[in-house]
Unconditional design. Structure first.
Length: 377
């Protein structure tokens, strides 16, 4: 059953498994103290959802903000990478304790998962994370997931929990993602500007939707902003997962959603499964292959990427790395796992298969990116 409105996220028939992402400004007040009363009420709402038959995974921000307050670090712990990592190390303990206590009051067992970008970019680790989530849900625990900011660097991190929530939804096979933020949803412009209106439904993310998503978080404590939320909707939507954005600032946000149905719902755009969904959600591209017009048409018809259709190779990648596939006018066509290194691709680009052995000095593989290791975007 397809989610029909933001409140449909709370219907177990429409969303048997819900990924609930909570922004930093909802967990931590402006004084750096945790909003325990708000968390306790939300924990009671999670318990109500579980009693109604819905499984819930929580993606919780707030570790850096909590740790920064305890260590008295400037700029909310984000002045330097070292400060952010130190704040996260302290805050992760505090955040886990808060959720464990809040959920326990309502008969639920919390389980903490700290993940890095690499944990979901590398296929085996992605499958391990998926298996762990499934086992925890089978054991009736509530997984509480956060990015492991104590070890992540700017090069190997999501940078926001919105996209992490979408990737977790893929890994867990969730039916919906509910992003709770400090704004009501996607607006036609900056929500603080006069005349801007809430967009209740987005059927497809296009350039106009991306243009609307220029505003940042009002509270300024999070790192995602609306652009990250729209990117998360794209990731979730390719895997057949609906995503909604609601304002969670007030008390009992789930009960309020049920009565008001206010927010923005992003409908899924396709229904990729397994390896295809994983590929579509990856973000650490190592290079770019530019395909000619005929090759692009063949790809859209279900063909693999052949060297004869490649006209340009950018980046420094190895066999098995993720690369972007673009058209000659720089439009993103897809992503895939490449069968050759960048050096080898440059040697054989534009050449038919019969000439590959002479160019490489070895027996060639038939494709540069096989269709089974590629997802079109």
């Amino acid at each position: 059953m397809t989610v029909s409105s933001p409140s449909g996220m709370l219907d177990p028939a429409q969303t048997p498994l819900l990924v609930l992402k909570i922004g930093s400004s909802l967990i931590v007040g402006s004084d750096g103290a945790p909003r325990k009363d708000w968390m306790d009420v939300l924990a009671s709402e999670v318990a109500e959802q579980r009693s109604a038959g819905q499984q819930v995974i929580i993606i919780s921000s707030g570790a850096i903000a909590l740790g920064a307050a305890r260590l008295n670090l400037p700029q909310g712990g984000r002045a330097t990478l070292a400060d952010a990592q130190a704040a996260a190390a302290v805050g992760q303990i505090a955040l886990a304790g808060l959720w464990a206590d809040a959920l326990a009051q309502h008969g639920s067992v919390a389980a903490q998962l700290l993940l890095t970008l690499d944990d979901l970019e590398e296929r085996r680790r992605y499958l391990n994370a998926s298996a762990t989530l499934q086992r925890l849900l089978d054991a009736e625990a509530v997984p509480v997931v956060n990015e492991n900011d104590s070890v992540a660097t700017s090069e190997i991190r999501f940078g926001d929990n919105d996209r992490l929530a979408a990737r977790i939804a893929q890994a867990a096979g969730a039916g919906g993602v509910l992003l709770m933020s400090d704004v009501d949803g996607l607006y036609t412009g900056n929500p603080q500007d006069e005349g801007c209106e809430l967009v209740p439904l987005v059927k497809a993310v296009d350039s106009a939707v991306h243009a609307m998503a220029g505003g940042a978080s009002i509270a300024g404590m999070g790192t995602g902003g609306m652009a990250a939320k729209v990117a998360a909707a794209e990731i979730a939507g390719r895997a057949g997962v609906a995503l909604a954005i609601i304002n969670g600032s007030g008390p009992a946000p789930l009960r309020r959603l049920r009565s008001s149905d206010r927010g923005t719902l992003f409908m899924p755009s396709r229904n990729d499964k397994g390896r295809k969904a994983w590929l579509g959600g990856r973000k650490a591209d190592k290079g770019v292959l530019v395909a000619d017009t005929g090759c692009v048409a063949a790809l859209k018809s279900g063909a693999s990427l052949l060297a004869a259709g490649v006209v340009e190779v950018d980046g420094d990648f190895s066999r098995g790395d993720l690369v972007m596939i673009q058209s000659e006018d720089a439009k993103l066509i897809g992503r895939g796992l490449v069968e050759y290194s960048a050096t080898e691709c440059r040697k054989i680009m534009g050449l038919p298969l019969a000439q590959h052995e002479a160019a490489l000095g070895q027996m060639p593989r038939s494709t540069v990116v096989h269709r089974d290791s590629m997802v079109l975007l």
